[in-house]
Design a binder for this molecule. Sequence first.
Ligand code: GRF
Length: 214
Amino acid sequence: MKTVVALISGRGSNLEAILEAGLPVRIAAVISNNPQAPGLAIARAHGVPTAALDHRRFPDRETFDQALAEQIDRHRPDLVVLAGFMRILTDTFVNRYRGRMINIHPSLLPAYPGLDTHAEVLRDGVKIHGCTVHFVTPKVDHGPIIVQAAVPVRSGDSEATLAARVLEQEHRILPRAIRWFAEGRLAVGEDGVVNLIGQGLSQGQLISPWDDET
Ligand code: GRF
């Protein structure tokens, strides 16, 4: 069974979705850069060991990332999951876990990388929004796309209503991506495109209100 370490910074709802999805993986540890992250209690409630590594106690990004890598590597994970981890990581750190670190991001990448995606989507009058799970590469919120879910942007939406609609889908696609990884079904081509082994072209890699395959 594959071993997973999850990194979080806050609420931990994506972590909870992973823990409750009955995935064929062992979640060896949950590590947070924020000792106050409510998600740490969620991990403990599921019997998963936790660690907190307060980034404010480190002099720079490099030192923090080095300590974080040491914590992670104790568990010898096959996969590192950024499940709402809100820190920019150094290239050295990212390269160490290349091909075995994934991130959930609340937009249809490559549109809207970075923070405040829901506010930007509303400001731009975009009609379709969503979320993405992708392999992590040094460029923030880029990297081979594993699975996406689309949601409509409705007139009258606030940042909160839109975020809630997207979050519901985050909770579907993150466990799905981890399952595929665990099953060895994710093939990243030379072109950086992820194909799902053993399934027709991209089937299941898109969740949308118009083409729901779950
Ligand atoms: C999610 O929207 C995730 O996509 C973003 O931060 C949020 C974390 O939420 N990166 P939670 O901690 O998983 O509840």
